[in-house]
Design a binder for this molecule. Structure first.
Ligand SMILES: C[S@@+](CC[C@H](N)C(=O)[O-])C[C@H]1O[C@@H](n2cnc3c(N)ncnc32)[C@H](O)[C@@H]1O
Length: 244
């Protein structure tokens, strides 16, 4: 292989990475990111003027600011790593049928499609959970990341419009905790389980309520494991349940 060929391949690789980062620029929980950054900035700036008496205020401001920036960084860069961790745990393979529940702008669905899976994605497009959330935003990201054939469904995780045992893997990132009532969260987890085929893998990544999901899945699964994640904001956990 010539040196020029190697350079072309490296540039193409770099282009894919920058495209993925560009496509991933959307903010999860934009309200909280904004609040943390604004409060952090105000406290830091006001406290700077009153030093040394206001050192406590300065620490508080810097703490809030760093939390906001970490949340922002997760939304824009870290989630690119996170999606591959989730898909690896789901053991997805080329031609597997994969369902992404609460896809938002397509973080998991698009990566699964790039791996050669047959992907279906479903969402109810809440504006509160993620900025600029819509079918159009999903399609635009899919176009940037060069995947065309994802089936995109408007719908509710609590009532999945699919036959039982339709998917090899069902994945979901930072979705189920957004469902308010425990009964509806349980219904959503049971629905994800229902549409999973025997020997399939359900992978739920979330920032809260993991013990609820484990309680529901433990009696049903042939194998269940959890993984703590410390690079997301907030910290999160992943449950991997294998169906008998
Ligand atoms: C924080 S976003 C995460 C989006 C995507 N999974 C990701 O990791 O970037 C939560 C998503 O879950 C969706 N969602 C929340 N409750 C849902 C429900 N009951 N049914 C379907 N989608 C839901 C929201 O519309 C939003 O797109």
């Amino acid at each position: 292989m010539t040196v020029i060929n190697i350079h072309v391949i490296q540039i193409q690789k770099l282009r894919r990475i920058t495209d993925a980062i560009y496509a991933s620029i959307w903010i999860d929980a934009p309200f909280w990111v904004g609040i943390l950054i604004v409060i952090g900035l105000i406290f830091s700036l006001v406290s700077l003027k009153g030093l040394p008496q206001s050192i406590g205020g300065l620490f508080f401001g810097l703490f809030m600011l760093s939390m906001g920036l970490w949340m922002f960084l997760y939304s824009t860069v870290i989630k690119i790593k996170h999606r591959h961790v989730i898909l690896r745990l789901a053991q997805v393979d080329r031609n597997d049928k994969v369902l992404d529940v609460g896809t938002g702008r397509g973080l998991l669905a698009i990566a699964a499609a790039q791996m050669g899976c047959k992907v279906t994605a479903i969402d109810r497009w809440s504006q509160w959970d993620i900025s600029g959330n819509s079918r159009e935003a999903f399609r635009k990201n899919a176009e940037i990341e060069q995947v065309a054939d994802i089936e995109l469904i408007d719908g509710d995780a609590c009532e999945l419009p699919f036959a039982a045992e339709s998917f090899d893997a069902v994945v979901s990132n930072f979705v189920i905790h957004n469902i308010k009532s425990p009964e509806d969260r349980e219904q959503a987890v049971r629905e994800m389980w229902r549409v999973l085929r025997p020997n399939g893998r359900l992978v739920i990544s979330d920032i809260q309520r993991i013990s609820e999901y484990i309680e529901i899945l433990a009696p049903l699964a042939s194998q269940i494991e959890t993984k703590r994640i410390f690079y997301t904001f907030p910290f999160s956990q992943i449950v991997v349940a294998h169906k008998k």
